[in-house]
Structures are given as C-alpha cells and as structure tokens.
Design a protein around this ligand. Structure first.
Ligand code: C5P
Length: 236
C-alpha cells in the first residue's frame, strides 16, 4: 500500500466531553502522558499524514486548556464549538468543515480525543479499505471474552455468541454529506446516538467494519492511562 493511493481526508476530533469516569481535576483529554496531553498525542496521529486536508477539534466553549497547547496555533487545526452530546459536537464540527471548503463527497474521519494510540498502519488500512466504499465504516475489534447477558438481579440470563460481536473503535470514516444528514436527522428524532456509525445505521445503511489493533485504546478510567503509559514506556 503506497500513500499516494490513499484518499484525501479531513479529521474531526470531538473533545468537548468532561470524562467524569477518570475522576481527574480536568477533562481526560488534557491529562498528561509521556510529556504531552492525550489530545496532543491524538492530533499527532493525523497531523503528519500527507493525505490530511485539515483538522477540526470540537471544544467546550469555556475550555481554558486548549489555548495553552502548541497545536492550537497550527494553521491546519481549527476549533469548533462542542455541543450537549457527542453527536452535537460532531455535527458542529462538520458544519465548520463545510465553512473551510470541505465538500459533501469528502471523507471525514471522526476520532475520539482520548484515543491517543492509533497506529499509522491502522489509519492507512482504514483509508485504503474504504476508499471506494459507498457507505464508509470504522475500525473495530472482535470481542475476545465470553459475553454474558444479565437480568436486573445481576445474575446471568444467558451466554451470548461472541462470534458476531465487535467493539466499535475510531476513526469512523464517512462522507461529509451523508454523515451530516444522518446526525441531523437522528438528533431531530431524538434517537440515542453513541457513535457516528449508529447514525448511519439509523438511516438504514450498513457501515463496514475494518479489523484494527486492540491497543487503539480509549482512555476512560484511571487504569487505562496507566496501561498506556506502561505500553509506551516499553516501546510502541
Ligand atoms: O465520554 P466518551 O469517552 O464516550 O466521549 C467520546 C468522545 O466524545 C470524547 O472525545 C469526548 O470529548 C467527546 N464528546 C464531545 N462532546 C460531548 C461529549 C463527548 O465532544 N458533549
């Protein structure tokens, strides 16, 4: 796979969440890992890619941390206003991309701010596999553990067949016009949207899953940050 065969793309990083499960003194994307904030590491996964056209980061309006980062002054990185839910933040980001000249047919890769260990090989795999796809898709990892469904009393109702179960990761790669329509309509209908793919599914389309690396972890709990620090210390 050579880089020149990969499509051009825009990156959109929703970073307006507070990450309360980290129990930290600041939003989790601003916690430090190996000398830089998680958000800086996440942006670095995209900024050195030759096919990148620009990045939009959706931020809380009163975010005091962002202006202190070096990448906030990078001309390729533009700020958008975050919203109440992740889907609102992404929709605002798509609007901003349009203002920057992005077209409805352009690819947009939406990636969690707190997923700083995206391998370049996974990013290139996603771009290559979906370049000609009519719908788009996302990185995902097959379920590894045995899965249980529980009842309200916390006891096992049944063991779920894991062969068809995947964990949805990011980036999630869709064309700007389709994703904007899906999110706007799903939000208007007050459908629960936890990732971009679920909005596309709600429109009746089937995103493709591309198997990615399991270490493309999202930092959610304190032990995730410790795990990543150990991983990076021993060499990625
Ligand atoms: O909380 P969780 O890790 O699931 O959030 C996923 C991503 O969505 C994070 O990068 C978070 O900052 C972002 N988000 C957002 N706007 C919100 C809620 C979450 O940009 N209102």
């Amino acid at each position: 796979m050579t880089t020149c065969t990969l499509p051009h793309f825009w990156a959109l990083i929703p970073a307006a969440g507070v990450g309360s499960r980290m129990r930290a003194d600041r939003p989790k994307q601003y916690l430090e890992l190996a000398g830089q904030t998680i958000l800086e590491h996440t942006l670095a996964c995209f900024l050195d890619h030759p096919q990148l056209q620009g990045v939009v980061v959706s931020l809380a309006p009163d975010d005091p941390y962002w202006p202190t980062l070096v990448c906030a002054h990078d001309s390729r990185v533009v700020r958008a206003e975050g919203g109440r839910e992740r889907a609102d933040s992404v929709l605002n980001g798509l609007q901003r991309l349009g203002e920057l000249g992005a077209q409805d047919g352009d690819w947009v890769l939406v990636h969690d701010a707190a997923r700083p260990n995206l391998a370049r090989s996974d990013l290139d795999l996603l771009l290559a596999e979906l370049a000609d796809d009519p719908v788009g898709g996302l990185l995902a990892v097959p379920a590894r553990d045995t899965l249980k469904r529980t009842g309200p009393d916390g006891r096992v109702l049944e063991t779920v067949d894991r062969a068809l179960i995947w964990q949805a990761y990011t980036p999630q790669m869709f064309r700007l016009g389709l994703l904007r329509r899906a999110l706007a309509q799903a939000l208007a209908a007050e459908v629960a949207i936890t990732d971009e793919a679920s909005a596309i599914e709600w429109l009746g389309q089937a995103p493709r899953l591309i198997e990615g690396r399991a270490d493309n972890l999202k930092v959610t709990r304190p032990e995730d940050l410790q795990g990543l620090a150990r991983l990076w210390h021993t060499g990625r």
